[in-house]
Write a new protein. Structure first.
Length: 225
């Protein structure tokens, strides 16, 4: 089973590890910092042993990394992983921004159904089953999300079930939610967010979330990593 270092330290950008198994173009590692698509959050980008990672996908509790067909890696080889930090950090910030908005919508609209979600490098989206425009909530959602960011509350993560690798995040006094993604350490790192409504059809509403180019927290970028 791949040891997922990205849960222990989501700010780590390089890792020396070893190949656990090779199945054609797919390579499995003993440990990894390279997040694979899960829970709506897109995969990281980067290199494995100097080869570009073309895809990363969950395979049970392991992760399969697809490399170019010409790769020469074999089981037992030492390798170095490197991820695109700028992409990872935007995904982390957008992921938690979306989860703040989701929890706030749940608080203001008890019983509302989430029917989809996706987090990319440029924006996040959450889809809801709702008949009327969800944009009426935006002033309140943006105000309350902004207050959470300004408060700089710690974002705690851990396992609910370590054997099955089920995890959660929690911001004390706000919410707790099951999630296996990567998260910043503090709500302050999210920065300013903007909401946009999109109508998907009858009874379907989408919230699109974008962030300012930089987090507004008072920290040095080298300290973040």
């Amino acid at each position: 089973m791949t040891q997922k270092i990205f849960w222990q330290d989501p700010y780590l950008t390089e890792l020396k590890t070893a190949v656990a198994a090779v199945r054609g173009d797919q390579v499995y590692l003993q440990s990894t910092i390279f997040f694979a698509f899960s829970g709506g959050q897109e995969s990281d980008a980067g290199t494995l042993g100097g080869y570009p990672v073309l895809a990363a996908a969950k395979d049970g509790l392991d992760i399969a990394y697809t490399l170019p067909p010409e790769h020469t890696l074999k089981a037992g080889d030492p390798v170095e992983l490197r991820i695109d930090w700028d992409r990872r950090y935007r995904l982390m910030r957008l992921h938690f921004a979306a989860e703040m908005i989701l929890q706030l919508v749940y608080q203001h609209c008890p019983g509302i159904e989430r029917i989809g979600a996706h987090i990319s490098e440029d924006k996040a989206r959450i889809d809801f089953a709702r008949d009327d425009s969800i944009a009426v909530l935006f002033p309140l959602l943006e105000q309350e999300a902004g207050a959470l960011v300004a408060a700089g509350k710690p974002i705690e993560t851990d396992f609910t079930d370590q054997q099955s690798q089920r995890r959660y995040w929690e911001v004390k006094g706000f919410a707790r939610m099951g999630c296996g993604g990567t998260h910043p350490r503090s709500t302050a790192e999210i920065g300013k967010l903007t909401l946009k409504r999109k109508r998907l059809g009858k009874g379907k509403e989408r919230i699109e979330i974008t962030l300012s180019s930089r987090a507004e927290a008072d920290f040095d970028s080298n300290d973040v990593r």
